[in-house]
Design a binder for this molecule. Sequence first.
Ligand code: TXA
Ligand code: MG
Length: 342
Amino acid sequence: METKIVKITDPRDTKITEMGEIIRNGGLVSFPTETVYGLGANAFDEKAVLSVFVAKNRPADNPLIVHLADISELETVARDIPDAAYKLFREFSPGPLTIILKKKDTVPDVVSAGLDTVAVRIPSHPIAQALIRAAGVPIAAPSSNLSGRPSPTRAEHVIEDMKGRIPAIIDGGACSVGVESTVIELTTGTVNILRPGGITKSDLGAVLENVTVDRHVTEMVTDGETPKSPGMKYKHYAPDAEVTVLVGDTKTTAAEIKQLLNGEKGAVCGVMCYDGFAFDCETVLYMGEDNKTYAERLFDALRQCDALGVKKVFAQFSEDENYGLAVRNRLFKAAAGRVIIL
Ligand code: TXA
Ligand code: MG
């Protein structure tokens, strides 16, 4: 399939109308959001949504997020919406927050992978906003990577994974948050974080009391367990390179990485670290001064390691409950258990 790649920086660009039409008519369009690039389909079109699963090789039991332009559209896809959802959407939307709600029958079962709930998000990126409005329908969209690969935060990443597999890609530049939206479920009296992201635990805590982090955000899902969100059980974000995460204060982890590099003479090694450190190896990728910039650069860094032929990556990481939780969640999955706590 020929993939049209269109550069759009202005949401008023008339090419948005054409992209919206592709979606409305059952085609797929990859588009930028403030978190990562999405692979969009008309959420009301069962066939179109099925083709999303095919294009990205996604397991059929992993549901998609439905993207709306405005809070006023919530009732077109969800029912029995609790006050807490309105309260949180009013505070954080448009933005990187996804809430699990009860699904209306208007949304085909393929979107929710058979669950009776639907994940809803109102993205803030101007191109995403313009695209949803131009399509005139809610857009079901997972991240626009091949299943198992790091999520795309630049159009080049999408081209790498999706060229030849979908009709169109909108190149709208780099995504600013860099990790996917925060996914929450609302149980009576609590907000439970199923996937940490751009809206942090303390952001949520400022609006509603009792914010909890689901056990499977930090613990592996073991055989026989059914996690709250199907995505939790998949090993995502894996680059080809072997990733080892070193957790602790930055001085200690930097010293340990130097030791480990000494023992790796001959292998092509890379380091992901905070600013201000130097290492003797082929590739040093700086993740900025804190976990906010770490989140923004993380997926790009993992893809760069592969592009540069790095075989072993040592990632320096200091924990915190906000952006740190989002970085930890992705980094630990990329490391598939190779975590050294110092
Ligand atoms: O920032 C984002 O959320 C990006 C952009 C494109 O909006 N999208 C994204 O989609 O990350 P995806 O498909 O890669 O991740 C969606 C996550 C998965 O872990 C999935 O299991 C979970 O949301 N999810 C979707 N619907 C759900 C539901 N009804 N109940 C529980 N989890 C659900
Ligand atoms: Mg994804």
